[in-house]
Write a protein that binds this ligand. Structure first.
Ligand code: NAP
Length: 247
């Protein structure tokens, strides 16, 4: 599709976990830019409430039933987007869980680790691979993996850096996600698909009992920026609002 056609037809984004928190605000921000937004969410009531709210704000939003841990759900989501939009211009892999607490390495219930990796890493790979055929139909495909600076090994090993509580599930799942992002960027180098990881910063959402200090709108900004970067934009890198985050 030419750039002209892309202007005539609104760009299409899928945001996973878009029913609340940062994901909802990423959907709202892309909707405000004129994008058509697929609201990926596993709970029907919450999904439809989010779609209604986005539409009331003027966005072209539609609901996509999506559990990132479920193959059949992800396959059906890709089919729904293909039927509805025919292509995808941006995929924002936002859905994640902490795995619950406590997460000290020496005493952790390993099921917490398994759950965090299943959603935060394998879920991203599952969704990305199911949507890549639709992304490849876009003139400017973008993938944004919503990670966290707590997954930065560089920051985790920098004395005095703020990297949250000791965690052998959530934080390493984001380290794993960062590594996965780099591997996708390497395989997709030389194509027009740009893939980056972002950190929204410590944001007040359900994920942390609303203890975060940033608003969900502030948290969403960096993902919106990377979902909309031009063709000469970065790939295989890690950003927050302040710039590049060390791996
Ligand atoms: N908040 C922060 O301070 C912070 C900091 C750094 C990074 N992040 C990252 O930002 C992203 C958004 O987090 P948030 O703070 O907005 O958390 P949140 O309010 O808890 O939202 C998480 C979203 O993910 C969805 N989700 C979880 N498991 C899912 C699954 N299996 N399938 C589909 N959706 C699923 C949730 O759906 P349900 O409503 O159905 O549970 C919810 O929509 C996450 O990747 C998180 O790791 C957050």
């Amino acid at each position: 599709m030419s750039e002209t056609n892309a202007v005539n037809h609104p760009r299409v984004a899928l945001v996973t976990g878009a029913n609340k928190g940062i994901g909802y605000e990423i959907a709202a921000g892309l909707g405000a830019l004129g994008w058509s937004v697929a609201v990926g969410a596993r709970n029907e009531e919450l999904r439809e409430a989010a779609v209604d709210k986005l539409r009331a704000a003027g966005a072209d939003a539609f609901g996509v039933p999506l559990d990132v841990t479920d193959d059949a759900s992800v396959t059906a989501a890709a089919r729904l987007i293909e039927d509805r939009a025919g292509r995808l211009d941006a995929l924002v892999n936002n859905a994640a869980i902490t795995g619950g607490g406590p997460q000290e390495p020496t005493t952790v219930d390993v099921e917490r680790v398994r759950a965090a990796v299943e959603t935060n890493v394998i879920g991203v790979i599952r969704v990305t691979n199911a949507l890549l055929p639709l992304l490849r139909r876009s003139p400017s495909p973008r993938i944004v993996n919503v990670s966290s600076s707590v997954g930065s090994l560089a920051l985790q090993t920098t004395p005095g850096a703020e990297t949250g509580p000791v965690s052998v599930a959530y934080a390493p799942s984001k380290t794993f996600l960062n590594a996965v992002t780099v591997q996708y960027a390497k395989e997709l180098a030389g194509t027009n698909v740009l893939i980056n990881a972002v950190c929204p910063g410590y944001t007040a959402t359900d994920l942390n009992g609303f203890r975060g200090v940033r608003t969900p709108q502030q948290g969403a900004a960096v993902a919106i920026r990377l979902a909309t970067v031009p063709a000469d934009g970065p790939t295989g890198r890690f950003f927050d609002d302040g710039g590049e985050v060390p791996w």
